[in-house]
Write a protein that binds this ligand. Structure first.
Ligand code: ATP
Ligand code: MG
Length: 740
């Protein structure tokens, strides 16, 4: 056993010795490499430590800039800009809402305040406050009284004129006597006599009033209070404005009031029906004057007969009944005008109906105004681009022109007018769109569309929709014209659209029949021609001395089954300087806009067309007329010779080239380019249905080129440029594969 252990030990030693001898080098190498590696790492670490310098402090600007990654910084900036924009938007909306609410609450609160103050003042213990003024007021009234022409006329027919003295408290006898004597003396000057009445009316609160004939000299507290409240209501609120401060002002105003004498004429309602009423009194009233009813509704005088006056009512007439008092306001019907109206939707009286708060316009203009005289005018000379190929090339419109858009229902009349408005963007032209008798939804759509295209910034919509009274529909175009005139006389360019005048004529017919005016052709009153001519005559190009402004009118007329010889269409055609006729057949064939080139004319616009378009479109009308003639002819015969076929297919292509989408106005250069390309035969190798694609490719090809820039300048092409253009077009059709 011990020997075996000794042998095993010797074996192990011999084996270990052999292994050491064989693997010695390898083992030594392994240990050495390991040591070297450790040493190297140590050296490197030391070197790194030695090289590392203290890091510079990040400078403050870099910290402010935020994350160093450029993309994140951009995103951050974008997000904060969006946040700011939304906050601004919210702020604007909130302030509008706040203002709107204030307006409404103020109005209601002030009315309540007025009634409360009336009640308070009428209390017996306060009576003494107003008594001491009576003699004073009476003397002031006596210094004012005079006879109006109406009173004198009345006295020539009747010897007696009613004179009524009304006061809140019974007056002293000597004062009454004094007033009666003065009245007698006044009437004596024309040989008349007063029928003198003395009344007491506690509703007056204090003071007194004297009525001679229809004229009232009012020195009562109730009237002064009414005036003060109206003043507060119509005053623009300042930021600190609130109801309580208005109330305080009112009370201090009442205490300080000096009882100025308010002079006005009074009448009363005899009968009322369907938005018109007959009045009695108001001896000196004039045609077109405004009157105010007891409930605050406004009316306008439209008819004066020997013993009654016809008046149209603008607002609700439910509270008006026979016997209601009417007060003469003293001015003609007028509407607010000015920059405040841009971007707004208003009704016929200029009251906003878009929920964006009060207008606070500082200026007004009468709705009826004389048209500029001949010496104030200048002939039409500069173009008003509509951006519609068929119109700008064939029936050009000049600034100050009146161009009728006429056609059956749903033929694209409104679309043309809207395109013209949209195309005025950035051209310093104010647009007014007057909607007469249209559906609310249609007007809302139009508003949204104009807003989307950025056109509301320079546009006002005057709206008297289908549910408005005939009175409002009658007034709307006159109101729109007054708003336009303001800008025209300021030297600016205006485009006004009346959509549409046939509904206006119907509203006027309704009014006239209610006012018992004799009816003529198609039951329209005889003066319906005068109605539209006095409206459209107000559109003009003013002379340089007058500031050089212009108002271009695009009245729209709806025909029945294409009948342009009906009464209203013929009237409108003869008043305007040309018409754009929209054809149902063309519309049904798919031609959009469905302009009938043969029946459409522009009588003065040619003078305003740019020389380039004039040159390019010169032969167009002729060739289109030729095409139409052959087209009718070719419908009957199946065999047509090559010449005819060529004219027909060229005509078809040209008609296709005149097609255009809605709300996509083109520049003058683009219009000239496509018409030139098609009429010079560069599209001859493609079918009419392909012209649309051709046009798209053409515009894309020439976008931003010098050629298009030169065309956009609108100058006439000389031969040299024509050749260049033809060369470029030839290269284009070859490149785009439109040949062969
Ligand atoms: P209305 O008699 O109801 O007032 P209108 O004559 O004013 O109608 P628009 O409302 O302008 O006609 O257009 C009628 C329809 O014709 C629109 O719904 C529109 O789809 C189509 N339309 C008009 N012009 C074009 C156009 N250039 N391209 C395509 N569609 C058009
Ligand atoms: Mg329409």
């Amino acid at each position: 056993m011990p020997e075996r252990f000794i042998y095993a030990l010797i074996n192990f030693i011999i084996l270990a010795a052999i292994v050491f001898v064989v693997f010695r080098k390898l083992i030594v190498r392994i240990f050495r490499t390991r040591r070297e590696q450790i040493n190297k790492d140590l050296d490197e670490a030391e070197a790194a430590l030695a090289m590392k310098e203290p890091e510079p402090l990040t400078d403050t600007e870099a910290t402010v800039e935020g994350p160093s990654d450029g993309r994140i910084a951009a995103l951050y900036a974008e997000a904060s800009a969006e946040h700011n924009r939304r906050m601004d938007e919210m702020e604007v909306r909130l302030s509008t809402l706040r203002r709107d609410m204030l307006d409404r609450t103020n109005k209601a609160a002030l009315e309540k305040l007025r009634l409360d103050t009336c009640a308070l003042m009428a209390k017996e213990e306060n009576a003494a406050l107003f008594r001491r003024h009576e003699r004073n007021i009476a003397h002031r009234i006596l210094s004012l009284i005079k006879l109006t022409p109406g009173d004198i006329t009345y006295l020539t027919h009747h010897d007696v004129l009613y004179v009524t003295l009304t006061s809140a408290f019974p007056l002293e006898e000597d004062l009454v006597k004094e007033i009666e004597t003065a009245a007698k003396k006044l009437l004596d000057t024309v040989g008349g006599e007063p029928s003198f009445w003395v009344l007491t009316d506690p509703d007056c609160i204090g003071g007194l009033k004297l009525r001679i004939g229809d004229t009232v000299y009012d020195g009562t507290v109730s009237n002064a209070l009414l005036g003060l409240v109206n003043n507060v209501i119509h005053k623009r609120p300042d930021p600190s404005h609130d109801v309580s401060s208005a109330g305080n002002t009112l009370i201090s105003d009442v205490l300080a009031v000096d009882f100025n004498i308010d002079t006005y004429q009074l009448g009363r309602v005899i009968s009322i029906s369907d938005g018109i009423c007959w009045l009695d009194g108001l001896a000196d009233i004039m045609f077109g004057e405004l009157v105010e009813f007891e409930n605050g509704a406004m009316g306008m005088i439209q008819d004066i007969e020997p013993n009654r006056i016809g008046c149209i009512i603008f607002e609700d007439y439910e509270n008006i009944e026979s016997g209601t008092k009417v007060r003469r306001v003293g001015n003609m019907a007028s509407v607010p005008v000015g920059n405040e109206l841009l971007g707004r939707v208003v009704d016929s009286l200029g009251t906003p109906i878009d929920g964006l708060g009060n207008l606070w316009a500082t200026e007004t203009r009468p709705v009826e105004f004389a048209a500029p005289s001949i010496t104030m005018r200048k002939s039409v000379s500069s173009p008003l681009h509509t951006g519609i190929k068929a119109i700008d090339a064939l029936v050009p419109i000049g600034k100050g022109q009146r161009e009728l858009i006429i056609g059956d229902r749903q033929t694209g009349k409104t679309s043309i007018a809207l395109d013209a408005i949209i195309n005025q963007k950035g051209k310093n032209t104010v647009c007014i769109y007057v909607a007469i008798g249209q559906k609310d939804t249609t007007v809302a759509e139009i508003y949204e569309k104009l807003k989307e295209k950025g056109a509301m910034e320079y546009t006002t919509i005057v709206c008297a929709n289908a549910s408005s009274s005939a009175t409002e529909q009658y007034l709307a175009p006159f109101a729109g014209t007054a708003m336009g005139e303001h800008f025209m006389y300021e030297g600016r360019d205006v485009l006004i659209v009346y959509d549409d005048l046939s509904k206006h004529a119907v509203a006027y017919r309704e009014l006239s029949l209610l006012l018992h005016r004799p009816s003529g052709r198609e039951a329209y009153p005889g003066d319906v021609f005068y109605l539209h001519s006095r409206l459209l005559e107000r559109s003009a190009k003013l002379s340089d001395e007058m500031g050089g402004g212009s108002m271009t009118a695009l009245p729209i007329i709806e025909t029945l089954s294409g009948d342009i010889s009906a009464y209203i269409p013929t009237n409108a055609i003869s008043i305007t300087d040309g018409q754009i006729f929209l054809d149902t057949d063309l519309y049904n064939e798919g031609q959009r806009p469905a302009i009938n080139v043969g029946l459409s004319v522009s009588r003065v616009g040619g003078a305003a067309q740019t020389p380039l378009l004039k040159q390019v479109a010169a032969s167009l009308r002729m060739s289109l007329a030729q095409y139409r003639e052959l087209q009718t002819f070719a419908q009957f015969g199946s065999d047509v010779d090559d010449d005819t076929r060529r004219v027909l297919s060229a005509g078809e292509r040209m008609m296709a080239a005149l097609m255009q989408k809605r709300y996509a106005p083109l520049t003058d250069g683009e219009i000239a380019l496509i018409i030139f390309a098609v009429s010079e035969g560069f599209a001859d190798d493609i079918p009419a249905s392909g012209v649309w694609e051709f046009e798209k490719a053409l515009f894309a090809h020439f976008k931003g080129t010098d050629i298009l820039k030169r065309l956009s300048a609108g100058k006439r092409m000389d031969e040299e440029f024509k050749d260049t253009l033809k060369g470029a077009l030839a290269a284009f059709v070859k490149e785009a594969g439109y040949v062969g």
